[in-house]
Design a protein around this ligand. Structure first.
Ligand code: ATP
Ligand code: MG
Ligand code: MG
Ligand code: MG
Length: 471
């Protein structure tokens, strides 16, 4: 009997409950009072005011399971076994309470005694000069020295923007040579899928200032984050996060609709199947948190994800609308952890369908135009699409730049990003004064139209307020 994703979530929170942590489920994906961040991307992000001392935490120790979106991983999605734009992060936190020793010791207790992971498969990394963490792994845990890898700032120093930051210690699981890149230097930190990083312990002992300098925190903090899907992938002994019980259900629906067979990542169509699976998960949770498709901010992130999923559907040969059926599966497979998705089912599906509809109308034409462009490029020997043309695809056919770039890349071409940006900036300047007005228009005409005046959903006004913070 394999541990289900939902069971792992529960075991984690229960475990930290026994260590006197105040436990709770996820905060919204929309940051609260935080202009530095568009979308919540880690367990600690919604807790920043507690770390910085701006607000008093409900308890000195906390543990959560947080919904996260990371679009900076988008290029990995579908290609690696371990990245999604949406994932859940299990986290344990100490606000000036316990520090490195308890964090590592309890982490080890959880993975070896509760999860019963075999010790010989586990590795740790520490920041270059963090001898304190190295000694805890070596002397308290008894990990052989050669399995404690020292890594540099890129991997093992955590900071996002300004605020709390510090060295990290990551825990890896060795999935075996068959998952490896074959390099003799392959070890934790390698890009391949053999040593899979599943838990990051951040020792928040500094605060990064606006001028880039670091100050010591009077009371150092602990912020750990474990990818729930990655943990489930390891515990279930499956190839990738897409094979984890709850996600596999969604993936199979995509395969069914497309009429393709999934081959564990070995076939080119697998990548599209994974991308659709992931992006619909993101879209479902984003809309569930009242984010609406739009041309800026969070709404544009959502729009890009939905459109990219549509385009990959087309690539698989799906002609009709299909995303809301996939969303049904996301809701079904996630509602144990997120019962509110069930209540919002009608709303979520309507929004996805409407955005899919919008893009479907221009997609065929856009694809025809970009094919023409590429044929011209082939004749003339050019390899870079002009910003003007990329902008036309964006403006007239609703192609986000990354979709254009993705299609170009399939024939070995790129787009002139800088030139494209010039057109975008020009358009934004022209449209600026109308931005607020168009938001209002959306609210009145489309929400009413969607529900014929019925109130199905009450979180909308809140989203409008918070949405204004970032734009
Ligand atoms: P990686 O190096 O694999 O990209 P990371 O170091 O960027 O991961 P952290 O910022 O340390 O990730 O996040 C804490 C944990 O969250 C990771 O150890 C991992 O288990 C999980 N995680 C991070 N990014 C993703 C993602 N895109 N999809 C699924 N899980 C993720
Ligand atoms: Mg990463
Ligand atoms: Mg990493
Ligand atoms: Mg990490």
């Amino acid at each position: 009997e394999k541990l289900g994703l939902n069971e792992i979530r529960k075991k984690f929170l229960d475990f930290y409950g026994t260590k006197e942590h105040y436990t709770r489920g996820s905060f919204s994906l929309i940051p609260h009072n935080d202009k530095s961040l568009l979308i919540i991307n880690s367990g600690m992000a919604p807790l920043k005011p507690f770390f910085s001392g701006l607000e008093t935490p409900p308890a000195p120790r906390m543990a959560t399971c947080q919904k996260c979106i990371r679009t900076d991983d988008i290029e990995n999605v579908g290609l690696t076994a371990r990245h999604g734009t949406f994932f859940e992060m299990l986290g344990s936190f100490s606000f000036g309470d316990y520090f490195k020793e308890e964090s590592i010791t309890w982490g080890w207790e959880f993975i070896t005694e509760v999860m019963k992971m075999p010790e010989d498969k586990l590795w740790a990394t520490v920041f270059l000069d963090d001898d304190e963490a190295f000694d805890i792994w070596k002397n308290k845990i008894g990990m052989p020295e050669e399995k404690i890898v020292r890594l540099g700032k890129d991997d093992n120093f955590w900071e996002i923007g300004t605020g709390p930051c510090g060295p990290c210690s990551e825990i890896y699981f060795d999935r075996g040579e068959e998952y490896g890149c074959g390099s003799p230097d392959c070890k934790p930190g390698c890009d391949c899928d053999r040593y899979i990083e599943f838990w990051n312990h951040v020792f928040t002992q500094f605060s990064k200032q606006d001028d880039g300098s670091y100050e010591n925190l009077a009371h150092p903090n602990i912020d750990t984050g474990m990818g729930l899907e990655r943990m489930a992938c390891i515990m279930q002994g499956v190839d990738s996060i897409f094979d984890v019980d709850t996600i596999r259900m969604v993936l199979e629906e995509v395969c069914k609709i497309a009429g393709v067979e999934y081959a564990d990542g070995a076939k080119p169509t697998d990548v599209s199947v994974r991308i659709i699976t992931d992006h619909v998960r993101s879209a479902t949770f984003m809309i569930g948190d009242t984010i609406m498709p739009s041309n800026e901010g969070r709404g544009y992130v959502l729009r890009r994800l939905i459109r990219r999923a549509v385009r990959h559907g087309r690539k698989l040969g799906i002609e009709g609308k299909f995303l809301s059926e996939v969303a049904d599966k996301v809701i079904e497979s996630s509602k144990e952890g997120y019962p509110e998705l069930e209540e919002q089912r009608v709303f979520i599906k309507k929004i996805i369908q409407q955005e899919e509809d919008r893009f479907s109308k221009t997609l065929n034409q856009g694809l025809a135009i970009i094919n023409e462009y590429m044929d011209e490029m082939e004749k003339s020997g050019e390899t870079v699409l002009s910003g003007e043309k990329a902008f036309k695809l964006h403006d007239t056919y609703g192609f986000p730049l990354e979709i254009t770039e993705e299609i170009l890349a399939e024939r070995g071409y790129t787009a002139d990003r800088d030139d494209f940006d010039i057109y975008m900036t020009r358009q934004k300047e022209l449209g600026k004064s109308d931005a607020a007005k168009s938001d209002e228009a959306w609210k009145e005409s489309e929400i009413d139209y969607l529900f014929d005046g019925e109130t199905l959903f009450t979180g909308y006004e809140k989203a409008e307020d918070e949405g204004n913070v970032v734009s």
